[in-house]
Design a protein around this ligand. Sequence first.
Ligand SMILES: NC(=O)c1ccc[n+]([C@@H]2O[C@H](COP(=O)([O-])OP(=O)(O)OC[C@H]3O[C@@H](n4cnc5c(N)ncnc54)[C@H](OP(=O)(O)O)[C@@H]3O)[C@@H](O)[C@H]2O)c1
Length: 189
Amino acid sequence: MGSELLWHVTMSLDGFIAGPGHTMDWMPRSAEPSVIADELIATTGALLVGRRTYEVEERDRGGFYGGAWTGPFFVLTHDAPAKVPEWMTGTFVDERIDRAVARASDAAGGNNVVVFGADVARQCIDGGLLDEIVVHLAPVLLGNGVRLFDAPNRVDLENMGIAQSGQLTDLRFRVVKEPRSSLKERSPR
Ligand SMILES: NC(=O)c1ccc[n+]([C@@H]2O[C@H](COP(=O)([O-])OP(=O)(O)OC[C@H]3O[C@@H](n4cnc5c(N)ncnc54)[C@H](OP(=O)(O)O)[C@@H]3O)[C@@H](O)[C@H]2O)c1
């Protein structure tokens, strides 16, 4: 199997991935290892990130995966900032989602591509590009914020497994689509 496109996200019990004002202080800073998260990060070759996610990472943590990500990444934006922080070693791109995915897939060198940001993930789903969703369910009710999936269309998923890591419940789903094919085969060149 070639490179796959995965959405890796932590979600509140009421379905938000960020609180009001893009607050992220509700995310558990647990030292408990997550087998699913560790495996996912180990098999990831590149990140595809929305501009709003980039801005929150810059504000709160100075990089992806708490600053631990050192591989290639691509930030989708229509308006790349002139001034960027030192940790910003990735590339700003203004492209159609399928082209951005193909570019990240090339950079991933056969490993998977992980998507960050609900808007970008929704585009990947709409475009039939997303293969899996890995959700860490957090024990909190946020009441408002950025919803996991804000779209009128239904998407069927196949449950791939569940695990517990500290306070988080790890859920893994495959996006049901036909015919199933690898990222590289689907993406236009
Ligand atoms: N809980 C978690 O695990 C988790 C993980 C990741 C992110 N988050 C949170 O989710 C929130 C951000 O998600 P979001 O859905 O609001 O936004 P997002 O997906 O991060 O970013 C959306 C932005 O990306 C740019 N963009 C998207 N598609 C594009 C395209 N095809 N071409 C060019 N630019 C494109 C646009 O930026 P411009 O307006 O600059 O053009 C758009 O406004 C943040 O609060 C973040 O902290 C949570």
